[in-house]
Design a protein around this ligand. Structure first.
Ligand SMILES: *Cc1c(COP(=O)(O)O)cnc(C)c1O
Length: 382
């Protein structure tokens, strides 16, 4: 697999060599916990126990590393399992995490409710304000700058290359949660990030049928430590989940093209709708992060949010009236979803600095025919 091959070629072929034993074109699903040894310590291919290593998971990890242009990818039972493994590898009591003021609610909960009682501090700030970032990052205590871009659910954009420079100068680790963009649209390691995090539950899986997470890095030190912790902490994904993910990932490029095209059409439609107060989509020219997004992403993604003129009641009503857009949490699947972040995905941030507006509705725009999606929204808004 040439490193110079195009994105879709890598998605389809990296880690996906036909099985040497049978010629099976699709890598086999290795449902095994343990491996026969040829004499004590005589491992075939390095495999001894499936928490430590499994060929199906190894194939997925190779595929993901190729897509993010990293040297090492590690996969986990969920996005949050990946984040927990990462943060407990990076941080010690007394360390601090600087994170965006509108980070994913589950990430904020992990940091504020699970890690904080163990002595890891955190500081939510606006990552779009680089002076604020420079001020917040303290060389002695800040261990991690945690960046999500675009953010969930406000679709704010952070400048990854600029944050990487600040992180480098202050000796901190820049982590980018690349779940919303997917590696098809944005590759943070090439912009200077140290570690990329994914909820593979979303666009990478793409079919709303498998929960998973991943870490990708090119830093030899962190790759070694994270590989150690993946095994030592044990939050790995099972082989069937890995196999489903590999299948989903092969069509990531064609899916993302359609997600982007449909979301752009819907953003324009909502912009003109009298019931809508504002549309948050980085593809719109007057979005505050538009220029940076255009520079660091090759498309603007399939997620968009909008605010209703008539407040929370109107937002809840739209969520309950669509038929094609299914009222559900999560995102990134082929089917369109709608949700109310304040009451659903981001309910755990209520009362915190990460609370989201009550009149906000979030769409995960799927790859259905866009005319049908527009008609569904038009009906729900009228
Ligand atoms: C869903 C999500 C996560 C958490 O991933 P899980 O697979 O649900 O554990 C983290 N970050 C972002 C941006 C997400 O959307």
């Amino acid at each position: 697999m040439s490193e110079l091959a195009g994105f879709n070629t890598r998605a389809i072929h990296a880690g996906q060599e036909p099985d040497p034993a049978t010629g099976a074109v699709i890598p086999p699903l290795h449902l095994t916990t343990t491996y026969k040894q040829d004499g004590v310590g005589g491992l075939r291919g390095g495999y001894e126990y499936s928490r430590s290593g499994n060929p199906t998971r190894a194939a997925l990890q190779e595929q993901l590393a190729a897509l993010e242009q990293g040297t090492t990818a590690l996969t986990f039972a969920s996005g949050l399992a990946a984040e927990d493994t990462l943060l407990r590898t990076l941080c010690r009591p007394g360390d601090e995490i600087v994170l965006g003021g509108d980070a994913y609610g589950g990430t904020f909960r992990l940091i504020s409710r699970v890690l904080e009682p163990w002595g890891v501090g955190y500081r939510p700030i606006d990552l779009g304000d680089l002076d604020a970032v420079r001020e917040a990052v303290a060389p002695e205590t800040t261990r991690v700058v945690w960046c999500e871009t675009p953010t969930n659910p406000l679709l704010n954009i952070a400048d990854i290359a600029a944050l990487a420079q600040i992180a480098r100068e202050s000796g901190t680790v820049l982590v980018v949660d690349n779940t919303f963009a997917s590696p098809y649209l944005q590759r943070p390691l090439t912009l200077g990030a140290d570690v990329v995090v994914h909820s593979t539950t979303k666009y990478l899986g793409g079919h709303s049928d498998v929960v998973g997470g991943a870490l990708v890095t090119s830093d030899a030190h962190w790759a070694e430590r994270l590989t150690y912790h993946q095994n030592a902490m044990g939050a790995v994904n099972g082989p069937f989940d890995a196999w489903l993910l590999m299948r989903g990932i092969k069509t990531l490029g064609v899916r993302m093209d359609r997600h982007c095209a449909n979301a752009a059409r819907i953003a324009e439609f909502l912009l003109d709708h009298p019931a809508v107060a504002s549309v948050l989509y980085p593809g719109l020219p007057d979005h505050p992060g538009h220029e940076i997004a255009a520079r660091q992403m090759s498309g603007f993604g399939g997620m968009l949010s909008f605010r209703l003129r008539d407040g929370e009641e109107a937002a809840l009503r739209v969520c309950e009236r669509t038929r094609l857009f299914t009222l559900a949490e999560s995102l990134g699947g082929v089917e369109s979803l709608i949700e109310h972040p304040g009451r659903m995905t981001h309910a755990s941030a209520a009362g915190s600095p990460l609370e989201v507006p009550a009149d906000l509705v979030r769409l995960s725009v799927g790859i259905e025919d866009v005319e049908d999606l527009l008609a569904d929204l038009d009906r729900a808004l009228s």
